[in-house]
Design a protein around this ligand. Structure first.
Ligand SMILES: [Zn+2]
Length: 146
């Protein structure tokens, strides 16, 4: 999934739990669960990109998601809790980043990379993006009714 999608799901989780710690755990678990569904993400054409391009697109992706999560749920969840939960929802992608950016092809980064490759199911456009758009729509709805 896009890092943005992970963040928005993290924000929804933060807004649904009574205790922040429950949200943190659920956010970490949500990552592989979401990646298991066939999806499109920015990693698709990794090999043709410079490291700078990978870094900027990944950070933009992550930041957009956190921005949307904060915009939708910022009034419902305490700010620090909200951002920690969104960050934890993306955590595996953050841990994988040094493998790609700094060529740190050793533990734990290589293990995270292998783990993620194993549970990721890729799908091209547009169908790989449709469920993620549905998640954004659900988040907008949930932010209103919660
Ligand atoms: Zn992932």
């Amino acid at each position: 999934m896009l890092a943005a999608t992970h963040a928005v799901v993290g924000a929804m989780i933060a807004a649904s739990v009574s205790r922040p710690e429950l949200g943190y755990m659920a956010a970490v678990v949500s990552h592989p669960v979401l990646d298991f569904f066939p999806h499109w993400d920015l990693h698709t054409r990794y090999s043709q990109r410079t490291k700078m391009a990978i870094l900027s697109t990944s950070l933009t992706d992550a930041a957009i998601g956190m921005g949307i999560g904060w915009w939708l749920f910022g009034s419902q969840v305490e700010t620090t809790t909200l951002f920690i939960t969104m960050f934890l929802a993306q955590i595996f992608d953050w841990f994988e980043a040094p493998f790609h950016l700094f060529d740190w092809h050793f533990a734990p980064f290589i293990n995270i990379k292998r783990l993620q490759s194993w549970w990721h199911t890729k799908l091209g456009l547009p169908w790989g993006l449709v469920p993620q758009m549905a998640i954004f729509a659900l988040a907008i709805y949930f932010a209103q009714v919660n």
